[in-house]
Design a protein around this ligand. Structure first.
Ligand code: KIV
Ligand code: ZN
Length: 502
């Protein structure tokens, strides 16, 4: 395949994705996502907006320091202090990019920027020239491009390329465009900007009308060679174009698009799970590519067809995206070796010292639950091992609740081999449990969000509780799993407290 047939994947999960209300991640979590994106084969990682806060600056720098294979990009408005901050954050990277943006639509010019087109064009050119003196790889975005006057768009794109922009990105900032219209816009830019061959055309679509992926793909068909997207499609308002959908559409319909990406698609589900865990945004079961039902055939006719010939109803293979099925894998009689080799086949890396802990937990789950599925194993390992330093551990929990009794919970927590207990009543067993934990830890948390879902099917399924907790002005997301939902709730809360203390 020729170079011009490669579509670069620019992931903005850590910048536009993180702008989704409630999706914020801390520095370590952002690095974890960045390393997963690198493993996925993402070409460019937009790691943040460095001028926006000290925290953002530090996390872009942290990502730039650790990620070696992907290019690291920092966002900047078209002003010097933003460009300086972006440069200072990415300069340590093996390869770095500054992404400069400035709005070009009439609405933004009149009401937000209060400048005319000539002033905007000059600002954009000055910004790109200034950034280009610092670094060779510059992306320019005319914000709200899809609602901008085309003639002005052509003019500004030509000018910024002349000033040194190496990628020009065409954002559908408010998710207003439609596939035919947006594809035409890219074709028009190709035909009307004289120096367009000196830059890569990128696209950046929002999902306000549910068209972000369709618009991006239409642009690829018209010749765009970079797509900006996020894992699970998270982002401002309704979100951004979802990376997994873009990548798999290009791969599956190579006959139509005639191009490819550098993404190692087998890593997709893993990255999706990670982003969902860290942001607390649960992936809906019917979500294309990564939803729990994406490869499940329920209808008898479909099942029969797939058994006879997979391609009757399957256009992709679950293994292609690293999809973990619900095949029965282990039970309470399974030994350590079977456990270890199943983890290996799920590409779950586990250190020898952690194996005992994970195996003990597996055994206690298998005792309660006859069948342990792949998803259960993933939840167990993530629950047990991906943990910050533990100040508190759950040692015991007893609950009383019912239709006509006040819920009452006794919790016993362990810290440095000493046990502490407290009892509390509450509006429900979860409330009582959280109040009892607060009494032991002498910290009071504000529960911002609480969600529970079953990891697999069946009455004996593991329940996974995800909470968002505010304590001491810090907000954290944490998880806990157990076949008992009050125990899972307690674990999630204790994990949140440990995160805050760490
Ligand atoms: O949606 C948008 O216009 C953006 C720009 C900063 C590229 O996110
Ligand atoms: Zn955006």
């Amino acid at each position: 395949m020729k170079k011009k047939d490669k579509v670069l994947i620019f992931d903005t999960t850590l910048r536009d994705g993180e702008q989704a209300p409630g999706a914020s991640m801390n520095e370590n979590e952002k690095l974890e996502v960045a390393l997963a994106l690198e493993k996925l084969g993402v070409d460019i990682i937009e790691a943040g907006f460095p001028v926006s806060s000290e925290g953002d600056f530090n996390s872009v720098k942290n990502v730039a320091r650790h990620v070696k294979k992907s290019m690291i990009c920092g966002l900047a408005r078209s002003i010097k202090k933003d460009i300086d901050a972006a440069y200072n954050a990415v300069k340590i990277a093996k390869s770095g990019r500054i992404h400069v943006f400035l709005a070009t639509s009439k609405i933004h010019l009149e009401h937000k920027l209060r400048k005319n087109q000539d002033e905007i064009l000059q600002m954009a050119v000055d910004a790109v020239k200034y950034a280009r003196k610092k670094i060779d790889d510059i992306e320019f975005s005319p914000e709200d491009a899809s609602r901008s006057e085309k003639e002005f768009l052509y003019r500004i794109i030509e000018a910024v390329i002349k000033a040194g922009a190496t990628t020009v990105n065409i954002p559908d900032t408010v998710g207003y465009s439609t596939p035919a219209e947006y594809g035409q816009l890219i074709a028009d830019i190709k035909n009307n900007v004289p120096n367009i061959n000196k830059a890569i055309i990128s696209v950046h679509c929002h999902d306000d009308l549910g068209l972000a992926v369709a618009n991006s793909l239409s642009a690829v068909y018209s010749g765009a060679r970079q797509v900006e997207c996020t894992i699970n499609g998270i982002g401002e308002r309704a979100g951004n174009a979802s990376m997994e959908e873009i990548v798999m559409a290009i791969k599956t319909r190579n006959d139509f698009f005639g191009c490819s990406t550098n993404i190692k698609t087998q890593e997709i589900c893993k990255a999706s799970r990670l982003v969902s865990k860290l942001t607390g945004f649960v992936v809906p079961p019917n979500k294309a590519i990564v939803g729990a039902n994406a490869f499940r055939h329920e209808s008898g006719i479909h099942q029969d067809g797939v058994l006879k010939e997979r391609t009757t109803y399957e256009i992709m293979q679950p293994e292609d995206v690293g999809f973990v099925g619900t095949g029965l894998v282990l039970g309470k009689h399974s030994g350590r070796h079977a456990f270890q080799s199943r983890l290996k086949s799920l590409s779950i890396e586990i250190k020898d010292k952690d194996l005992d802990k994970a195996f003990d937990r597996f055994k206690s789950v298998a005792d309660k639950k006859k069948q342990v599925y792949d998803e259960d194993l993933i939840a167990i390992v993530e629950d047990e091992l991906k943990m910050v330093k533990r100040t508190w551990d759950l040692a015991d929990l007893e609950t009383t609740s019912g239709t006509d009794v006040t819920p009452n919970v006794k919790v016993v927590l362990k810290s440095k081999n000493k046990k502490y207990e407290a009892v509390s009543s509450g509006d429900g067993p979860v409330d009582a449990c959280y109040k009892a934990i607060d009494k032991v830890t002498k910290m009071k948390g504000e529960l911002l969000d609480y969600a529970i879902h079953s990891v697999t099917r069946g009455k004996d399924a593991l329940g996974e509780v995800t909470i968002k907790l505010k304590m001491k002005d810090k907000k954290v997301i944490a998880h806990g799993t157990s076949t008992d939902i009050i125990v899972a709730s307690a674990k999630a809360y204790i994990n949140a407290v440990n995160k805050i203390l760490a």
